[in-house]
Design a binder for this molecule. Sequence first.
Ligand code: NDP
Length: 625
Amino acid sequence: MTPPQRDTPPTSQATAELRERYRIERERRVRPEGTRQYRSTTAEFGYFAEDPYVAEPARREPLRDVVDVAVVGGGFGGILAGARLRREGLAKVRVVEQGGDFGGTWYWNRYPGIHCDVESHVYLPMLDETGYVPEWKYAPGEEIRRHAMRIAEQFGLYEDALFSTTVTALTWDESAHQWVVDTDRGDRFRATYVVTATGTLSEPKLPGIPGIEDYKGHTFHTSRWDYGYTGGGPDGAMTGLAGKRVGVVGTGATGVQAIPMLAEDAGHLYVFQRTPSAVDVRGQRRMTPREVGADRPGWAAERRENFLRIVSGDDVERDLVTDRWTECAGLLEKLLPSFRRDGAPDFEATYEAADHATMDRIRARVTAEVADPATAAALQPWYRYACKRPTFSDKYLPAFNRDNVTLVDTADTHGIERMTVNGVVVGGVEYEVDCLVLATGFSVGVSGITSGKLPVTGSGGIRFLDAFTQRGPRTLHGFTSHGFPNLFMMGPLQNASSVNFTHILDEQAVHAAALIAAAEKRNAVVEPTPEAVDAWLAVCAEDAPDHEWFHAECTPGYYNREGRGRPNGPNAYPYGAVAFHDMLRRWREQDIDDVLRRTARQEDRRGLNTRTEPVRGWAAIPATR
Ligand code: NDP
């Protein structure tokens, strides 16, 4: 695929050469099948996605009751929605979760070495509310999972939660003004409101390697770590790997954390790499409550906002977090207008020079840390900083100096060639392994209501996916959609995003809870008018950055649909998360009535009355269409 043209020619010979090197390295890795190169963990590969933490789901009778709110998903999105709803006084909030407990990604991912990549004191939500202060700058996964459970406990979410349960359909009952919620455990309960918080990277994916089904050794995906086989736990001590030949496929954020741990415990470790990660300094350390100012009320909210402002390109007096995220902020979010706001004609050149310098520093770090020159060369990343998720480790690169670790570069064959009964073939060489760990990431956008896996039927029988596929996603602020009353979506679509995604989710939870509380107070249902949706799409499109050429020039990965680029369009609020949150706050103060349609609620709930009346600016929809 030829990348779309951009209007800035290289400003120097060095830039031209670097662009050419990036192009060549990209071509070595692009596969014609794009995202179709992967296999999903369904059907014959469904066992890769089974829950290793629950031997058998607890038996229970199917539910037929009525709740105030059904929340689909028990990760941080669902937990925060539940907590904020409880704070708004909603009594019966039922979180429905596929896993055996709360935690979402931190429930599933328990691989050795798992840690937060964003500073704990800004990543862990509701620290002010729970009084919890993390001990380490980057918290271990188990601490984060415990914190998720802590919030759920504190806000009484366990009481009504359903675990090991998947929502299979959501159907709006227009006469009762309620959602009917079906699950795979035979439940059919009703909810006045539904919040979907199904995550973006939730389904593990497998490499579509020919012969993967022939392999007879032990294998599992990192998000379902088999400690029964390896022994040990997230802190290592995997005695089951002693003397074993272990292979690991994948060197993304997960691989970078797990590989040093595997290197310590495996007899021999083969790391099958297609694209090296940019591995920057970690700087893990203990932090005292005093150091983070945890003796002051509101300290965590202030720190989190400070981080968001920096990575969004806003001016701040002081950088409270001071790590590589804040240092490299201008490179990561460079497509945001907040970074382009000076309108300097040489912005592209300045950006490219800064990116060049940062990537040179990261490449030099590899040379300094890895003794063998050929291994060091293969570990150097040749793409722009924002092309892939940056990673941080002080243990990863030195692991390649160990005698029991071999790096197998698969770039020339666009990844692993094939698998055999005994192992992995790259460049015609067979590497026999007793165990193959797949650190191959997750499918994007395959869960939840925008994927079609969870069928949603709104007013007048309109199906959510039909509505979206016919005319593209059409929401107000990313939360609500015309034709789907009292349904709230959490996620980045037509909303905001940032590296500290729990912050984004918390603002979304606050907003959804405020809308629901307003609807309760005014006996109303929540649904935007088509005009409000049109207006929002126009805002999302008005200054949308041209990221098509940027991502099309990047090395393949899930950020750019495996090398196909990322289409421009009204996919997100274009001015960044800080501006988005400010806008939402103002909107809640001034315009919230625009989405409220008053109903005679008590009668409605019994299905006796479907009278509707506009609150303000509402073109009343007939009760049946
Ligand atoms: P990624 O999708 O980032 O990485 C998958 C890896 O598998 C890549 O290195 C990929 O190579 C490799 N791969 C896939 N197919 C093949 C093949 N056929 N042959 C060889 N290699 C192959 O998944 P991760 O689980 O690492 O990370 C996903 C996301 O989860 C991160 O981007 C981050 O957002 C989040 N995360 C956050 C963490 C944190 O905050 N602590 C920790 C871990 C993950 P290639 O690059 O060439 O495609």
